[in-house]
Design a protein around this ligand. Structure first.
Ligand code: NCD
Ligand code: ZN
Length: 399
């Protein structure tokens, strides 16, 4: 199948140029001013086309909690949010901590309509499998309590995991971030600090930063909500790590501008409304459908540049996890593209969401700037609010 997306303003090499994108067999075959013949033509009508977003941190809940989300519904939400690739976390039930479970998850993920990859989980006795796990983004280490039961404390075990043959993605808060930074100093591995939420953590992460070795992720909820919002949202604004102060939020925004923050990922962590209303509610909020609109709205408010959005949500995740042929609009790369309309105003509404949990902490927010079409492997997966159920692929990594 061939597809020509014409009349788009393409984001490439930090600028926008009006070109047509000719797609063949799921790849960007040519970026051209010519009107090449194609089986299908899409008129982008002068809208901006950016690389599809890569969300390095989602919980699509398969296996074990498909009443909250599954690979189809989660990936539909992702596509509606302009995300064309997700990396799924291992705190499922059972957790993705051995080779057989990784294979099982691979089978389950086949229903995804966006491309997918996996983080492999760590336990106190799976170091052999961590070494053997093939085609995974990282080994995930839980150093603090959260959903799932994967918390690790033993220093000697942590040391082994930190020196395994994988990038280490860490869930840690406060002093555990310092511990992780200490552990990575004695290793040639890279450290990816998930959901950094405070000024102090950001300061530690980058004070000790060994160039190109420690990467910092933050999430939309820390950029757009603060602890004050818990008054109104209650448990629907409770996640791990928790929301922080305005001062922390300011530091994260500064981190985005001065390069201390490397990626923005959703930490899409759906739980049902009923679960969230219980006294012993689970932590986490969904985010796939709202991350890009929130960032585009911030762009319209001149709080962030398009260049930063593409860097933090497309280019950097691809580079950090060494994902092949993604993160840029480039000939030979996969045709994963997001068409955005910076003038479109829409309200976030729980009832319109595609995530199975059907709520968002951003419900009723009016945002200007939305993805209007999402192309995955050259197939239009999301357009005009509708999903095309075409299966996507597992990502591959450079060695
Ligand atoms: C996540 C979940 O529910 O799986 N919860 C959360 O509050 N972020 C787990 C996690 O990423 O910590
Ligand atoms: Zn998470």
């Amino acid at each position: 199948m061939s597809l020509l997306i014409k009349n788009g303003k393409i984001y490439r090499n930090s600028s926008l140029t009006r070109k047509n994108i000719f797609i063949k067999q799921g790849k960007i075959a040519k970026i051209t001013s010519q009107n090449l013949k194609a089986e299908k033509i899409i008129d982008a009508k002068n809208k901006i086309i950016i690389p599809g977003l890569i969300d390095s941190h989602v919980h699509f809940r398969e296996p074990g909690a498909t009443h909250k989300e599954d690979f189809l519904t989660g990936s539909m939400a992702a596509a509606a949010g302009g995300i064309t690739t997700i990396l799924d976390m291992p705190n499922t039930n059972p957790p993705t901590t051995d080779l057989q479970r990784l294979e099982e998850k691979r089978q389950l993920a086949k229903k995804s309509v966006v491309n997918y990859g996996f983080h492999f989980g760590s336990t106190d006795d799976n170091i052999a499998d961590i070494g053997k796990a093939k085609n995974v983004a990282s080994v995930k280490v839980y150093m603090d309590f959260t959903t799932g039961d994967l918390k690790l404390d033993d220093y000697e075990i942590l040391k082994k995991i930190f020196t395994s043959n994988k990038t280490v993605a860490v869930h840690g808060e406060n002093e555990n971030i310092i511990k992780a930074l200490e552990l990575i100093q004695h290793s040639k591995n890279h450290l990816y600090l998930c959901h950094v939420s405070s000024k102090e953590e950001l300061h530690y992460a980058k004070r000790q930063k060994i160039k190109n070795k420690v990467f910092v992720e933050t999430c939309p909820h820390y950029l757009f909500l603060t602890a004050g919002d818990i008054n109104e949202l209650g448990n629907f604004a409770e996640m791990k790590p928790g929301l922080k102060t305005k001062e922390d939020q300011k530091a994260l925004w500064e981190g985005i501008h001065n390069g201390k923050v490397d990626t923005i990922a959703t930490d899409h962590a759906p739980h049902t409304k009923e679960e969230k209303m219980q006294a012993n509610y689970p932590y986490g909020v969904p985010g796939c459908e709202t991350m890009l609109p929130l960032l585009l709205n911030a762009l319209n408010e001149k709080r962030i540049e398009l260049k930063k959005i593409v860097q933090l949500c497309c280019e950097n995740p691809a580079a950090i996890f060494k994902i092949k042929n993604k993160g840029r609009i480039k000939e030979g790369y996969d045709a994963d593209l997001t068409i955005i309309d910076l003038d479109l105003k829409k309200e976030v509404k729980n009832e319109n969401l595609l995530t199975k949990c059907r709520w968002s902490p951003f419900d009723s927010w009016n945002l200007k700037g939305w993805p209007v079409m999402t192309v995955v492997n050259g197939n239009v997966i999301f357009s005009n609010g509708k999903i095309n159920n075409i299966k996507a692929k597992e990502v591959q990594y450079h060695e």
